[in-house]
Design a protein around this ligand. Structure first.
Ligand code: FAD
Length: 288
């Protein structure tokens, strides 16, 4: 384990200045459940860890006029226990209540999960299906980034040096919209996903015709991705067994999984067809 300075700024500006002064030799740390593992495995050797824990205004969950806002320092456990999220955004509960263990969820943050940017990040897929946006603050000010543009490679994001992810926001969803996420694993806890599938469905007033869909796929490409061809296929279709099966097959063609110790590429593709159909069915139930 290497030695490092542990810095505890109390404002975002102070954190950014500290990061600028150490440059790439420093790393922000939120809950530390990814950073500390990387240090222990000697994947990174920072000279300074800059804690985000004392920064104010990054741990909110608000829902006003249809818009959900979640601060980057909100832990998975805070999301899991949030009455707002439980009532209005069960797709997020599908994800966070299956991350690690309660001990991990008590410290691990949604911001850290997304900036860590592994293909299996469970927080990423539901936020993608919800059409989430990110607010980032850096030396040059604040900017907004669509989550779907955020991931640029395994473990890589478009955040610039010293930028801090401050919050996520989910713009108001259309009426009759529901979403669901499935994390496919070999056992029920302390397990990374073999694959993850999230589906959001918006329905016309007849509650059968799809007016819009978003499909997010995890561990099925080098980054979390959307299955845009399958989404386009669903729009305007009556949602039944046949159309959902076809959407699943199209989504399977859009992904580029690889073999790993958790599952073979062919198995992952096969499961996409199944889980797109299943999650679309749950999403429709939630929409109504
Ligand atoms: C035992 C165990 C089980 C796990 N199980 C799962 C699981 O089931 N599913 C899953 O998805 N993950 C899992 N993880 C991974 C990890 O817990 C999550 O990715 C977690 O959400 C990371 O959050 P953190 O606050 O601990 O991030 P940290 O480790 O503090 O940071 C992660 C990265 O993000 C950067 N960062 C953090 N916050 C910000 C910010 N606001 N702005 C800019 N950069 C930032 C850090 O510099 C670092 O590069 C597991 C980890 C462990 C150790």
């Amino acid at each position: 384990m290497n030695n490092y300075d542990y810095l505890i700024p109390t404002s975002i500006q102070e954190a950014i200045s500290l990061h600028e002064s150490y440059g790439e030799k420093s790393s922000y740390i939120a809950g530390g459940t990814d950073v500390m593992v990387k240090i222990k495995q000697e994947k990174i050797r920072p000279q300074a860890l800059i804690s985000l824990r004392r920064l104010k205004g990054l741990d909110h969950i608000t829902y006003k006029q249809g818009e959900l806002r979640i601060g980057a320092m909100v832990t998975h456990r805070m999301m899991e226990l949030s009455p707002i999220i439980r009532a209005e955004f069960p797709v997020l509960i599908d994800a966070v209540e299956n991350i690690g263990s309660v001990q991990i969820r008590n410290v691990a943050t949604i911001g850290g999960n997304i900036v860590n940017a592994v293909p299996s990040a469970d927080g990423a897929i539901p936020l993608l299906t919800l059409g989430a946006q990110i607010r980032a603050v850096g030396p040059e000010g604040e900017r907004t980034i669509a989550l779907e543009d955020f991931f640029v490679g395994p473990g890589k994001t478009c955040l610039k040096s010293s930028e801090i992810l401050s919050e996520f926001f989910v713009p108001e969803l259309p009426a009759h919209t529901g979403a669901a996420y499935w994390k496919h694993t070999r056992r029920g806890a302390m397990e990374l996903a073999i694959l993850g599938v999230g589906v959001l469905i918006s329905l016309e007033d007849d509650m059968k015709t799809c007016s819009g869909a978003r499909i997010g796929l995890g561990v099925l490409a080098p980054t979390p991705i959307r299955a845009k061809k399958a989404e386009a296929f669903l729009k305007g279709k009556k949602l039944d067994e046949e159309s959902l099966k076809e959407a699943g097959s199209i989504a399977a063609q859009e992904c580029k999984p690889r073999d790993s110790i958790r599952g073979k590429a062919w198995y992952r593709k096969d499961m996409v067809t199944l889980f797109v159909r299943r999650m679309a069915t749950v999403a429709m139930e939630r929409a109504s």
